[in-house]
Design a protein around this ligand. Structure first.
Ligand SMILES: Cc1cc2nc3c(=O)[nH]c(=O)nc-3n(C[C@H](O)[C@H](O)[C@H](O)COP(=O)(O)O)c2cc1C
Length: 264
């Protein structure tokens, strides 16, 4: 398949998913066009063809699933026998059903999934978990995945008749548990720069009280903690500490990159 345009679609609140998919795209032929779908507002409709287009999609794993907002936004992208590469990025607990769900979403959208990968990055809520990842070894593996995708694409006449990648996961997908923990800032240290207000994907922070977060809207993505210019926003509290203890125990073992290629 001749690839001219790589449509790089990502949902990335704390930017690790973006880093991973950019590294994949760097190994692929074609011009990269980025579509950042980390927003409540739906993206414009995008229709891709089977002549020269490729879509690379990256999502973080939220509670073992594709984030709901990302799944909704992906409905706007339609393929017509267009090849696609599915990538999920997770915080060293597990990716559960997220990768299989992402592949299903792409298949339903008219894409032929040629490859799917799961990579580890720092946990965006419990940031001591997988701190520093993706590290050098991860980035090298991500590069090898990109190279494997490029070789496979070059060897295929089209996506028709491909055996989809044998991605692990369950159908029906697991029911995601609620995560009732929200970040807040310090009134003493906040300088009202409003970066968190502007960059919160769901508009859960009011400019009038930027140290607070509307718990009815917040999806606990960690974007405001990541971008806070004074490093004052953080997750905290009893519930957070208890969850942190529990999840840290589950994440002790280092998980390694995994990927799956379509067969002929
Ligand atoms: C709401 C929420 C739920 C998460 N659930 C999981 C999970 O089920 N398994 C896991 O290993 N990591 C989980 N994580 C961690 C993220 O998948 C991981 O940190 C990812 O790298 C975040 O991507 P981003 O930097 O692009 O936002 C979760 C993070 C958030 C914010």
């Amino acid at each position: 398949m001749n690839i001219e345009n790589v449509h790089l679609v990502y949902f990335s609140a704390t930017y690790t998913t973006r880093k991973v998919v950019r590294a994949v795209a760097a190994r692929l032929p074609g011009t990269v066009v980025e579509h950042d779908i980390t927003a409540l507002e739906p993206p414009d409709d995008v229709a891709l063809s089977d002549r020269g287009d490729l879509m690379v999609v990256g999502v973080p794993v939220y509670a073992g699933r594709v984030p709901v907002m990302a799944a909704d936004a992906l409905l706007r992208f339609r393929g017509r026998g267009t090849p696609a590469i599915a990538v999920c990025v997770y915080g060293n607990r597990a990716y559960d059903d997220a990768l299989v769900e992402l592949c299903d979403l792409l298949g339903d959208g008219g894409f032929g999934v040629v490859a799917a990968g799961a990579f580890v990055a720092r946990h965006s809520i419990f940031t001591s978990i997988a701190a520093g990842r993706p590290d050098e070894a991860d980035m090298a593996a991500i590069g090898r995945f990109g190279d494997a995708c490029a070789s496979l694409l070059a060897s295929l006449p089209s996506v028709y008749g491909l055996v989809p990648p044998a991605v692990p996961g369950n159908r029906p997908y697991k029911t995601p548990g609620a995560i009732p923990i929200y970040p807040s800032g310090s009134r003493k240290k906040c300088t009202h720069c409003e970066l968190c207000v502007r960059l919160c994907p769901v508009h859960a922070i009011s400019p009038l009280r930027p140290t607070r977060t509307d718990g009815n809207i917040c999806m606990s993505c960690g974007r405001c903690v990541e971008v806070c210019s004074q490093h004052t926003r953080c997750f905290s509290g009893m519930m957070y500490k208890m969850a942190q203890r529990k999840i840290t125990k589950l994440c002790r073992e280092r998980k390694e990159p995994e990927w799956y290629l379509a067969g002929r």
